[in-house]
Design a binder for this molecule. Sequence first.
Ligand code: ADP
Ligand code: ZN
Length: 529
Amino acid sequence: AGRPTPGTSEAPLEVLRRVWGYDEFRGEQSEIISTVVAGGDALVLMPTGGGKSLCYQVPALVREGTGVVVSPLIALMQDQVDALSALGVRAGFLNSTQQAFQRREVEDAFLAGELDLLYLAPERLNVPDTVDLLTRGHVALFAIDEAHCVSQWGHDFRPDYLRLSMLHERWPGVPRIALTATATAATHREIAERLQLEDARHFVASFDRPNIQYRIAPKDNPRAQLLDVLRTEHPGEAGIVYCLSRASVEQTAAWLVTQGIDAMPYHAGLDRGVRAHNQARFLREDGVVMVATIAFGMGIDKPDVRFVAHLDLPKSVEGYYQETGRAGRDGLPSTAWMAYGLADVVQQRRLIDTSEGDATHRRRLTQHLDAMLALCETVSCRRVQLLNYFGQASQACGNCDTCLVPPTTWDGTVAAQKLLSTVARMAQRGQRYGVGHVVDVLRGKRTPRVAQLRHDDLSTFGIGEELSDGEWRGVVRQLVAAELLAVDTEGYGTLQLTDASGEVLRGERTVAMRREPERTRTRRASSSG
Ligand code: ADP
Ligand code: ZN
């Protein structure tokens, strides 16, 4: 049973110690819990691993009645309920995966006042029966987990969340607590507005995760780079490798296995049983590497994930932060490593160009991507940039790649002009080419293609010998990231000028470029890419 003696209420700290066996609340947990216990609303922004669950679980045990938790994480409800039951907390859930008789059992327990916590999938609230059920029982509080799902502009919108404002209208006296690990100032405001939480107390924890070392490396041979990180820094340790597509998830996992890594795939296209099996192995066994699409990870509570690697560029800083935040929940040193290259920018721009939705929607996606690109191309502290994105000021951290091995900038204006004018001259002949050929022309290489196209006649032929192939690719990548150059995203990846290219060509705009630190440059030079 969740309560010691009927009719008496226990102090939150006693509940924490008796049920969970923890000594103290962490950070703002105590304040948040007192607010909700006293009947007030709360909006909680706390990073992954910060301890959000206790913020509603403890008040649910202290207050009379059942704490109703709205959560989109249907796949995890059984695990959550099992974990609570093991602690002696009376919990149940209602979602679409259940048989009618199973639902009825839970409903009966709720009506009999025998549940401390009831987890609900948001779509349950569209069913009049559920609203009726809640009305007949005794609700202690409403917790709205993953509250950013209410944001239409966020990366995780769920239409059913829009209906949650109904909770306040139907049960004005029941306290509500909304929680999320993802919120820029804009999302934060949107949550407050859409959930009618204007009068709620806002608790914004620091989003810094000091034990995570952030690193973003230029992509040349991503598999070899990944293997190097796994073998030299995290041998035998658990981690997650994110890939964009299901196919690359499967190929990467299979390849890692051939290299002796205990890797498994996870994506929404896999059979339900396979997914459950792989997830269970990842959670219960040591040192398993999960290669996954972003379908994996939400709500996964594994404290000793030692690294999160991205082989493809995330769509937004929010997504990147949430995914990397799955590393090091136990507070021990962990790595967030990513490989990033020109093809990533091209691929993400293509996804935006072909996405459904109107121009406003696409503009929003572009803003998300641009913020992510700015993080990749920054020459100052990654953490400062990341926290700044969430509206939190900080100092250079000393524990990210740009702090540890500072990149320098160089004036890339002349290089940009050389490259853009080469593209412009080809365009004058009615031709477009990809990055490989354009760099060959700049470097004065007499390849068969150059000869066949007579590109050695171009006035820019051979004017770019001062930079290596890799450095030219870096120039192209940064110009594309800054939208000073475009890559045809439908056909063959050919380069073309943008509206802003002219400003650089006419000398009205200078271009600062990132120079990769020596370490990565020598590594790149020694590989084939
Ligand atoms: P979040 O939902 O914010 O990602 P969780 O609620 O899953 O985080 O908590 C992360 C981990 O920290 C869990 O293992 C939880 O048991 C633990 N934890 C939370 N609060 C405390 C506390 N006050 N003392 C000790 N451990 C805690
Ligand atoms: Zn730093």
